[in-house]
Write a new protein. Structure first.
Length: 202
């Protein structure tokens, strides 16, 4: 039967799912010290960008190689990302829980959210794919968000939906821990890879 053919779509899907699970496991293990989340994320992006076009090879060896290679920049980037996440969390809690809040404050929070997204969204895949200074990485991430505004908006909405689904209840949260981070990374990688190839071509 075609279903049990090693080259069938079913087996390719199962193989890719196992790859994602394994990569997510590596990301979790290497993120446990917390401070290493940035380096682990860069390593996961490096593999995911290759997975998009079936170019990843042996995942385990490649992951740790990229983890070591991008440790410094990934850690520094995480020192920027972590405060952004925390500050935005506090601001949105203020907006959601406040019964009487000024429209200008809401607009300001939305603006700060957009800035945080533009700084962080493409930075990790850029670190994973290119050799560059962190300053230029952040600058390029911001530039890509502006140049590919529609794609960025769609990508952001999809990622937010994925996060909402993961956080929906304790069962989805459990599934999210098992596969969620890498699933989000893979989603961003798919869009980023197309953008990067288009930029390289131009």
């Amino acid at each position: 039967m075609a279903l049990f053919n090693m080259n069938s779509g079913f087996f390719k899907f199962i193989n890719r799912l196992l790859d994602v699970l394994f990569l997510n496991f590596l990301w979790i293990i290497c993120s446990l010290p917390i401070v290493t989340i940035g380096a682990a994320t860069c390593a996961a992006f490096s593999i995911s960008l290759k997975m998009v076009d079936d170019e990843e090879g042996y995942i385990g060896k490649a992951f740790f190689k990229e983890f070591k290679k991008n440790f410094k920049q990934g850690t520094l980037m995480w020192m920027i990302t972590a405060p952004c996440i925390y500050i935005l969390y506090l601001l949105w809690q203020l907006v959601i829980k406040s019964e009487d809040i000024n429209v200008i404050v809401i607009i300001g929070v939305i603006f700060l959210t957009a800035i945080a997204i533009s700084i962080n969204l493409y930075s990790y895949p850029l670190i994973a794919r290119y050799e560059n200074s962190l300053r230029n990485i952040i600058k390029n991430s911001f530039g890509i968000c502006l140049q590919y505004f529609v794609k960025t908006i769609i990508l952001t909405v999809v990622v937010v939906i994925e996060i909402v689904i993961i956080m929906w209840n304790r069962w989805t949260l459990l599934a999210g821990i098992i596969i969620g981070p890498e699933f989000i990374i893979y989603t961003i990688s798919g869009v980023s890879k197309k953008i990067f190839l288009q930029i390289e071509k131009n």
